[in-house]
Design a protein around this ligand. Structure first.
Ligand code: HEM
Length: 488
């Protein structure tokens, strides 16, 4: 029997229409959410809008777990503390992997810590090693303190003139990771280093990454394709730079005396050489280091950027912090051992992280199998979004949540306390492995800045507005302030 072209066409059209109708008919057991349109799904709801606002509106309407159909994916948003705990702690085994999206597949090649599929062993090794290096201990403190001093010297050179700090904070924070990973820091005037930090930052905040991740079809637009190809090339450049550092380390490596993260990893590669399925390879080392730089630079430096912006808008809070330091710290700028004597400082740092969480939608997870949570099925392969912003702005936990009020982190006796439902570093098996380092950096940079300088708006101007932009991270828009020497 000969089947005519017309019949094939009709069959194709019927198939396509059925597929589109099925696609827009959401299975009834999925978490609730707005009805998807054929082809577009729920794209129109989020395109060009503030995802934070859209998520807040949908959460009010559909509850703490809701779903959207975006491109080829179901996106499931998990809001507020109880739902986050249920998904990422109680069902932690099935919700700890990362989704199969463009950036992790094409740029990160599914290697390293954040993107890697055999992530558990890389993560366990890294955490152990960094703890051993002194995550949160004195030797780590001396690395950060040295960087704070260099940073203060740089700010002193500005002689109280208006200054955009975002680039230099990135360099300072990145230098802390350099000391841990490469065993050395770089001058802020070293052009190769400055270029390297710039590339890392640009790669992290590439505006198209989140869009292409959920809508790979955008790669057919030449401008988007060019930008994404550029992102891949930049990553190749960074890895080539890492290879140079690794080769230098190999020449001087002493197996019983490792100097930094690279040394320790190289020794582990040797140890594991005989295991046929070892993931400890030089290739993976480059991706792990890249993760430490990209996850450990922009996050911490933008949080410091937010802190400076909040403080220039609240001179009365700056005064209160200085009064507290004057009363409780002697000698030089505070050290980590002064922390418990500076509850107000701690409260301000926490309020900055709560008001302006740098990863408000955390990093997406996926469901490794179909899993039922609170009576809803979350399908295997869906993009699961931990909405940390909904936790930090939960009116039941943080009343009047859009008001900057450090007092909410102090008890009746003026002692610092952070509620369990405060989650800037997320929770569960993928909780930020750099939390201890980040907390120490924030405390030391923050107190050193306020110990040495008054932060003022540009001469004759009002303070810059507290506004940010959400890309992969949520950082403040570029702004200028003056750092006027407070003491010599
Ligand atoms: C204020 C600073 C920081 C904040 C708010 C922050 C927050 C986060 C969050 C929310 C995640 C996602 C967790 C999840 O997937 O559930 C994450 C992941 C990660 N962070 Fe941080 N982070 C900060 C600083 C750092 C630093 C300094 C380092 C580095 C050494 C670091 C290394 C990482 C890595 C490697 C991951 C991926 C972990 C994985 O996939 O298993 N972070 N961070």
């Amino acid at each position: 029997m000969v089947v005519g072209v017309g019949t094939i066409l009709v069959a194709l059209i019927v198939f396509l229409v059925t597929y589109l109708l099925m696609r827009c008919r959401k299975p009834s057991d999925l978490p609730p959410g707005p009805t998807p349109l054929p082809i577009l799904g729920n794209l129109k709801l989020i395109w060009g809008k503030s995802l934070l606002e859209v998520a807040a509106t949908l959460q009010k309407k559909y509850g703490d777990i809701f779903s959207l159909s975006i491109g080829p994916y179901w996106m499931v948003f998990i809001n507020r503390y109880d739902a986050l705990r249920e998904v990422f702690v109680k069902h932690g085994n099935t919700f700890s992997d990362r989704p199969d999206v463009w950036y992790l597949r094409e740029v990160k090649k599914k290697k390293g810590l954040a993107a890697g599929y055999p992530w558990k062993e890389q993560r366990a090794f890294t955490l152990n090693l960094l703890r051993g290096f002194g995550f949160g201990t004195r030797s780590m403190e001396s690395i950060i303190t040295e960087e704070c001093e260099k940073f203060s010297e740089l700010l002193t050179e500005t002689q109280g003139k208006e200054f955009a700090i975002s680039g230099v904070i990135n360099n300072a924070v990145s230098n802390v990771i350099c000391s841990i990973v490469l065993g050395k820091r770089f001058s802020y005037h070293d052009q190769e280093f400055v270029k390297f930090v710039k590339i890392i930052t640009e790669t992290v905040v590439n505006e198209y990454t989140p869009k292409v991740n959920i809508l790979p079809v955008l790669l057919h637009i030449p401008k988007v394709k060019r930008r994404c190809d550029h992102c891949i090339e930049q990553n190749n450049l960074i890895r080539a730079w890492f290879q140079k550092q690794i080769d230098e380390h190999k020449e001087t490596l002493k197996e019983d005396h490792w100097r930094d993260f690279i040394d320790a990893y190289l020794v582990q590669i040797k140890k594991m050489k005989r295991e046929s399925d070892t993931q400890f390879t030089e290739e993976n080392l480059k991706y792990v280091i890249l993760d430490l730089f990209s996850a450990g630079t922009e996050t911490t430096s933008s949080t410091i950027g937010w802190a400076v912006l909040c403080l220039v808008n609240h001179p009365e809070i700056q005064d209160k912090i200085r009064t507290e330091m004057q009363k409780n710290v002697s000698g030089g700028p505070p050290t980590l051992s002064d922390r418990h004597n500076l509850p107000y400082c701690e409260a301000v740092i926490h309020e900055v992280m709560r008001m302006e969480p740098i990863l408000p939608m955390s990093i997406s997870h996926t469901a490794s199998v179909d899993t039922v949570v609170n009576g809803y099925r979350i399908p295997k392969g869906s993009i699961v979004v931990p909405n940390l912003y909904s936790v930090m702005h939960d009116e039941k936990v943080f009343p009047d949540s859009h008001k900057f009020d450090p007092g909410r982190f102090l008890d009746g006796n003026g002692k610092f306390h952070a509620p369990e439902k405060f989650l800037p570093f997320s929770l569960g098996k993928r909780v930020c492995p750099g939390e201890a380092l980040a907390r120490n950096e924030l405390f030391l940079f923050f107190t050193s800045l306020l110990w040495n300088f008054k932060i003022l708006p540009p001469e004759g101007q009002s303070p810059p507005p507290i506004v940010g932009k959400l890309g992969v991270t949520y950082g403040p828009l570029p702004y200028k302030v003056r750092f006027v020497k407070y003491r010599d």
